[in-house]
Design a protein around this ligand. Structure first.
Ligand code: AHR
Length: 506
């Protein structure tokens, strides 16, 4: 049996980091693969509702608990004509989608997305195309969406059956404009100017908007840092957020570094905040720019880019299988650690989107005409969205370390505590060590009372265990029976490679 390591967590509800922003638990629906078609929207499915939305998927989304959804891309948005997706479905054109090499039928568009958001009860986050299009088309879209009536675009919306304006508050000014893969990629100087002009003009229509400028599409981009500095130097007063995107995978079999992926996310956040604040200081601005971490996940991107997955879409196919990663128990633990980082840094990361929602690198999978099921990554997100609400507390932790090639010595325990509005406290904790269980002592003596203490744990003896069409419930969290309470001290055993949600109710 592997030797148990020991760790310690202290917190005090008087010492806080920040309130958890509502937008922290966002997700992302892109017109990509089967995220929309046969994912959320499948009118012929036996469980489809009157709007063509799959009720089985809606039920799982309700359980997952996203609060906001970004749409319609992603790389897709940089070639998208939003007008193609509104009005009578029979008149909507089929178009080539150059971003993903497929055919877009436009049977799902803005009106359907808004219906979906209302049904699920999430805030919409709409991206405008600053790749093949620009300022005027962004203004047309905003007028269609948010202007009440009496103009060409607002009356067009009303003629399409949506009398009331959509009131979309959160908008992304393009997507990953630094990436050579992006249709209409721009230099930082070019994009900074376009973002500034687009943001300012959009606010002339609707001054209450929250606007996201594109930051770097990963921390590994050669332009990281310089990009943010230039873009924000031009657009600082016209935007509210700068975006960050990060996807993690084991590289070259280095699973120890993969387990510590959150270290990279922390460095990414530090770098963007330092850069944004330096620009603000230089401009003598009182304003702070927050981070919208609007794409994050585990994604086996190298295998996909090298064509090593089973997916072989025909050129210009309609909604083929693309990016349908099946997530393991180990992936879920890394994913949980990324969630812990987002919570720990939610003083400045005030919006985030799990990319994506259904089928495409997603927590929910479906079969056309068939079932829908939860991937391993579903569980950490659902638990964090349910119990990670309230105020993040400062946590002081001591833990043994393990060695990684990318980040040196890394603490095995990664944790955060959240004081929930009902008086309970939730501790999310990951044991990132693949070999050693961890006995964690939690000093909860600062809490007025310790009523019930429970812990739910996701782990698996096989790190590669997955939930699949054939075995949909192979991996799931289970009650952890090792919780012990002694006065104000709690102790619990966290298995090697595990995600844990510990609930302390008064
Ligand atoms: O989420 C998949 C893709 O990853 C998005 O379309 C793009 O923005 C990113 O590179």
């Amino acid at each position: 049996m592997a030797e148990h390591h020991r760790a310690r967590i202290d917190f005090d509800p008087r010492f806080t980091v920040a309130e958890v922003p509502e937008r922290l638990f966002g997700s992302f629906v892109e017109h990509l693969g089967r995220c929309v078609y046969t994912g959320i929207y499948e009118p012929d499915h036996p469980r489809a509702n009157a709007d063509g939305l799959r009720q089985d998927v809606l039920d799982l989304i309700g359980e997952l608990g996203p609060t906001m959804i970004r749409y319609p891309g992603g790389n897709f948005v940089s070639g998208y004509r939003w007008e193609d997706g509104v009005g009578p479905k029979a008149d909507r054109p089929r178009r080539l989608d150059l971003a993903w090499g497929v055919t877009e039928t436009n049977q799902f568009g803005l009106g359907e997305f808004m219906k979906f958001c209302r049904t699920v009860g999430v805030e919409p986050n709409m991206a405008v195309n600053l790749g093949t299009r620009g300022l005027q088309e962004a203004l047309d879209l905003l007028e269609y969406a948010n202007h009440p009536s009496g103009t060409y675009w607002s009356d067009l919306r009303r003629s399409h059956g949506d009398e009331e304006p959509y009131g979309i508050k959160l908008w992304c000014l393009g997507n990953e404009m630094d990436g050579p893969w992006q249709i209409g990629q721009r230099t930082a100087a070019e994009y900074g100017r376009v973002a500034d002009q687009t943001g300012r003009a959009m606010r002339m229509i609707d001054p209450g908007l929250d606007l996201v400028a594109c930051g770097s599409s990963s921390r590994a981009m050669p332009t990281f840092g310089a990009w943010e500095a230039e873009v924000l130097a031009q657009s600082y007063e016209s935007v509210d957020y700068i975006s960050a995107h990060a996807y993690y995978q084991p590289q070259g079999g280095d699973v120890a570094s993969f387990m510590a992926s959150a270290e990279d996310m922390e460095l990414f956040i530090d770098g963007v905040i330092a850069t944004a604040d330096a620009v603000g200081a230089k401009l003598k601005s009182d304003k702070k720019i927050d981070i919208a971490f609007d794409e994050w996940n585990v994604w086996y991107q190298d295998a996909w880019a090298a064509g090593e997955t089973d997916e072989r879409p025909e050129p210009w196919a309609v909604a083929p299988r693309q990016l349908e990663d099946a997530y393991s128990a180990m992936d879920a633990v890394v994913f949980g650690s990324l969630l812990i980082t987002l919570l720990r840094r939610c003083d400045r990361v005030t919006a985030a989107c799990l990319a994506q929602l259904v089928n495409v690198i997603a927590p929910i999978m479906t079969e056309p005409g068939g079932p829908a099921w939860r991937q391993t990554t579903f569980f950490p997100f659902a638990e964090a969205s349910k119990w990670g609400r309230g105020t993040v507390l400062e946590v002081s932790a001591e833990a043994p370390t393990f060695t990684t090639a990318k980040f040196g010595e890394v603490a095995a325990l990664h944790s955060v505590a959240v004081a929930n509005e009902d008086g309970s406290v939730t501790v999310f904790a990951v044991n990132r060590d693949l070999d050693h269980p961890l006995t964690v002592e939690i000093d909860a003596s600062s809490l007025p009372s310790l009523g019930q203490v429970t812990c739910s744990t996701l782990t698996d003896a096989d790190p590669d265990a997955k939930n699949t069409l054939q075995d949909q419930e192979r991996v799931a969290p289970a009650a952890n029976a090792t919780v012990a309470v002694d006065g104000g001290r709690i102790s619990v055993e966290l298995p090697a490679m595990s995600w844990n949600t510990l609930r302390i109710t008064p």
